[in-house]
Design a protein around this ligand. Structure first.
Ligand code: SAH
Length: 388
């Protein structure tokens, strides 16, 4: 196995178990192929771990194992990693009531470059780097051994261009169906794994959705950026008297309608519209408004524009909410941290001249674990606010 040698002083990040090695930290780049597994050494030739090599990436190596003694990286090794991840999920999730969850959360499961979401018997795999593509066979074998029946690979365009991933999206082995019915806390959803966003469903809002259910009784609810109606279904399940779902995606709105019918919820109206326009035009006053926009800031440069977007959105919600109502507001932009998000939301509340108190602060659920040595992994923030 080839060696990657770090510059003197650059071993600190690895001692701290941060899994990313940037190009500037490397003394000798190995003469390895993109995606090859390399051994990482400090300047004293002490072994620090193993990682996937990405010579064209700013992050030239993603570490998946920290160890000071050599180990064998083979099919068994990957199987055990995935088995451990599954073991954690078995402790977290009641499979009787919920059969969709995240099985592998990249660095959060010490497995950079791979996301695996489970929808009943199907695993949707996202391969984000060439390194994980090269071990795809081992990943697939492990998933089948753990009892999953169908595997659908979903590669992202960006991975194709930077990481030179060669495999296209599609089934690996058994061919299943791309529209899958799942249950989450006993609420039923149809998920389109092929055409839907991300891997098909926003599994990361499971806990926040449950909280919405708890507050929804007797309320009129606006679910802005509803996607396929996740929050809407929970609100109706909790006894909301009317729910409006708004999303700019036609396919998402169509599925949102189907999902409400599937659960027998009728107090629902869906609007395929831009949320900013909807909020400007509507004269409706709601008891509860949910704001779950897409990541407005994907890069550090985009943060100030994104902050303006979040502020405007939250301001509108504070203006529309009835006294004694709840605004549940979220941000999934990793570049906007918890503190900045709070500042933006609090500034919007001040501009709206409303009294606002925090009832709950939410984050990603535990099947999206946050590796404490890799804070970049923490991306989802939510505030449940009581507005008078
Ligand atoms: N809350 C959802 C996930 C929301 S994802 C759930 O629990 O499943 C963000 C959604 O915002 C996507 O469905 C996307 O289509 C939609 N979207 C993005 N920009 C929008 C805009 N300007 N107006 C309305 N919807 C938008």
């Amino acid at each position: 196995m080839k060696k990657l040698l770090l510059k003197k002083g650059k071993e600190r990040a690895l001692y701290n178990r941060h899994p990313w090695i940037f190009s500037g930290a490397v003394k000798d780049l190995p003469n390895s192929e993109n995606g090859e597994i390399v051994q990482i050494f400090d300047y004293q030739q002490q072994l620090l771990g193993y990682g996937f090599f990405s010579p064209k990436n700013q992050i030239v190596c993603r570490v998946f194992e920290f160890t000071s003694y050599p180990i064998t990286i083979d099919k068994q090794y990957w199987f055990h990693k995935i088995q451990r991840a599954f073991g954690l999920r078995k402790q977290l999730i009641d499979f009787q009531t919920t059969n969709c969850f995240r099985l592998l959360h990249a660095e959060g499961d010490f497995f950079p470059g791979v996301i695996a979401d489970v929808y009943n018997q199907t695993v949707v795999l996202q391969i984000l780097i060439r390194g994980t593509e090269l071990i795809l066979e081992s990943i697939v074998e492990a998933l089948l051994k753990l009892g999953f029946q169908y595997i659908y690979l979903k590669t992202k365009d960006v991975s194709h261009s930077i990481e030179k991933i060669q495999t296209d999206s599609g089934w690996i082995g058994n061919i299943g169906t791309t529209i899958i019915e799942v249950k989450e806390n006993n609420i039923v959803f149809k998920v389109d794994i092929a055409e839907g966003q991300k891997t098909g469903f926003f599994l990361d809002q499971r806990d926040a959705r449950r909280l919405v259910k708890e507050y929804a009784f007797g309320k009129t609810v606006l679910n802005a950026f509803s996607y396929t109606g996740g929050f809407s279904a929970y609100a109706l399940c909790g006894g909301a008297v009317l729910v409006h779902s708004v999303d700019s995606s036609k396919a998402a709105i169509q599925l949102a309608k189907e999902n409400m019918l599937l659960n027998g919820f009728s107090a629902h109206e869906a609007f395929c519209e831009d949320v900013f326009d909807f909020l400007k035009q509507t004269h409706h006053q709601y008891d509860m408004i949910i704001l779950d926009p897409p990541a407005f800031a994907k890069t550090a440069k985009a943060v100030s524009n994104a902050a303006r977007g979040y502020k405007e959105l939250n301001l509108k919600a504070f203006q529309k909410i009835k006294s004694g109502g709840i605004v549940a507001t979220f941000s999934c932009s990793q570049k906007i941290d918890k503190e900045l998000f709070r500042k933006i939301v609090f500034a919007a509340a001040a501009d709206a001249r409303r009294n606002v108190r925090i009832l709950h602060q939410t984050t990603q659920p535990p099947d999206h674990p946050i590796n404490i040595f890799h804070p970049e992994n923490e991306y989802l923030k939510g505030l449940f606010l009581y507005v008078e």
